[in-house]
Design a protein around this ligand. Structure first.
Ligand SMILES: Nc1ncnc2c1ncn2[C@@H]1O[C@H](COP(=O)(O)OP(=O)(O)OP(=O)(O)O)[C@@H](O)[C@H]1O
Ligand SMILES: [Mg+2]
Length: 406
């Protein structure tokens, strides 16, 4: 506005005084003001956010003062905070500088949460700093209810929440850990449905003969695909291993197969859902358990390329079973309900991580190899009361793609 007024009324006067060169000065000034304006807009948010952090520090007395000779109080030291805007979260970084304020750095999470009115989703404590991560675009839980719409998917994606999904051809095998009642079975059921929708062949190993073996009531689901006794479980593991080897031999034994996966050969996934693996390993006789272990490890180590997967669920993390090499091959790792710090460490291999207990049923933390590298809070798909899992599965199950000795 001011520039328009200058242009209209003052410019003619200056032009008559200084001649044409004035025009050059005027337009240079115009460009400069424009650039300053754009820069100001860009810095405005930074300024506002820094001001917010300053307010937070002042409100909570996160600084030290000293009296000067004339009795005036001056701030001599203060907590150092940084505001980092990420795609779907805000990180408030608190620096440790080796002074008395360092003790406070790892304790301000709850207060920051109340101050910013954002949900604190994780805290990462490192030697020189602590990161508080706040959710900005909140994720939404999926709801399964009885609808008429049933359709197969023509890819290998598993959708877990509105934001979290992964491709089993890239991130294969899963681990679900949670104490009794934490929602493991419900979560596993949602995965069974996801695999059924991609026309996978599904096998069940349920040594407790509990929830998973209820799949025997699914019409069309081969009974031979459900293992309850030790011998049945061992047989299923052997069968899937044989299928894995057969696929390697038939499709991947020449150089044309380089870099290809089962998708390139139009092969359907084959998946074993194995509940309480550790209980099985400990109760089966030695020969059988070592045979089963061998099959399971082979499947986990080399099943991905040919589309043979393992989905394992256990009540308690077990150091022996989750030894580094195996754990790292389990691409989608989930801890449901409340767990000890050691438990989380065994599953996610991340120390110095603050987990928040949630009372939401079926909630927990997840990592997905190469995609969600730090444990992230999530809620499993919710099964509404009118949703009949068995009935739904009956509609989709089209498995039994390879002959098993029926
Ligand atoms: N995603 C969910 N949707 C709806 N209800 C859920 C969900 N997760 C858990 N629940 C509720 O919590 C109960 C316990 O969940 P679930 O049976 O899955 O636990 P679990 O971890 O398998 O326990 P256990 O180890 O004893 O088998 C369910 O019966 C259900 O009422
Ligand atoms: Mg269960």
């Amino acid at each position: 506005m001011l520039l328009v007024l200058i242009y209209k009324y003052i410019n003619p006067i200056f032009l008559s005084w200084f001649g044409r060169t004035y025009n050059l000065y005027f337009y240079t000034l115009l460009v400069l003001v424009g650039c300053l304006y754009i820069f100001g807009l860009y810095r405005r948010n930074v300024y506002i956010n820094r001001n917010k952090l300053k307010q937070f520090i002042l409100m909570n007395h996160l600084y030290e003062t000293e009296k000067t000779y004339n009795g005036k109080k001056v701030i001599t030291d203060s907590l150092e905070l940084d505001w980092i805007d990420n795609k779907d979260c805000i990180v408030i970084r608190a620096y440790k500088t080796g002074d008395l304020l360092d003790d406070i750095v790892s304790e301000i999470g709850d207060r920051l949460q109340a101050f910013l009115k954002l949900k604190l989703i994780r805290t990462k404590d490192e030697a020189f700093l602590t990161d508080y991560v706040f959710e900005v675009v909140s994720d939404k839980r999926l709801f399964f209810f009885n609808s008429d719409e049933k359709k197969y998917i023509n890819n290998t994606m598993i959708q877990l929440t509105e934001k979290i999904q992964y491709d089993v051809s890239k991130v294969s095998h899963g681990l679900t850990v949670g104490s009794t009642g934490s929602g493991k079975t419900m979560f596993i059921n949602s995965k069974i449905l996801a695999y059924a929708k991609m026309k996978a062949d599904i096998f069940i190993c349920d040594p407790k003969n509990a929830d998973l073996s209820l799949l025997k009531y699914v019409e069309g689901f081969p009974q031979s695909h459900i293992g309850v006794s030790h011998a049945q479980i061992c047989r299923i593991l052997r069968l899937v291993n044989e299928e894995m080897e057969r696929r390697y031999e038939q499709y991947f034994s020449n150089k044309l197969a380089f870099g290809k996966t089962f998708i390139d050969f139009d092969l359907s996934p084959v998946v074993i859902f194995f509940d309480e693996v550790t209980a099985f390993m400990k109760t089966a006789d030695k020969k059988m358990s070592s045979e089963a272990k061998e099959y399971l490890y082979a499947l986990i180590m080399k099943g991905r390329q040919v589309g043979c997967f393992a989905e394992i669920s256990i009540q308690r993390p077990d150091a022996e079973f989750l030894d580094g090499a195996i754990r790292d091959q389990l691409g989608c790792r989930v801890a449901l309900g409340k767990m000890s710090k050691d438990g989380y460490r065994m599953i996610f291999d991340t120390a110095d991580f603050e987990y928040y207990d949630s009372d939401t049923i079926g909630s927990g933390y997840i990592t997905i190899t190469g995609q969600i590298t730090e444990p992230t809070y999530f809620e499993t798909p919710f099964f509404s009361d009118d949703f009949d899992f068995i009935e739904e599965l009956e509609v989709y199950y089209a498995g039994n793609i390879f002959e098993s000795e029926e």
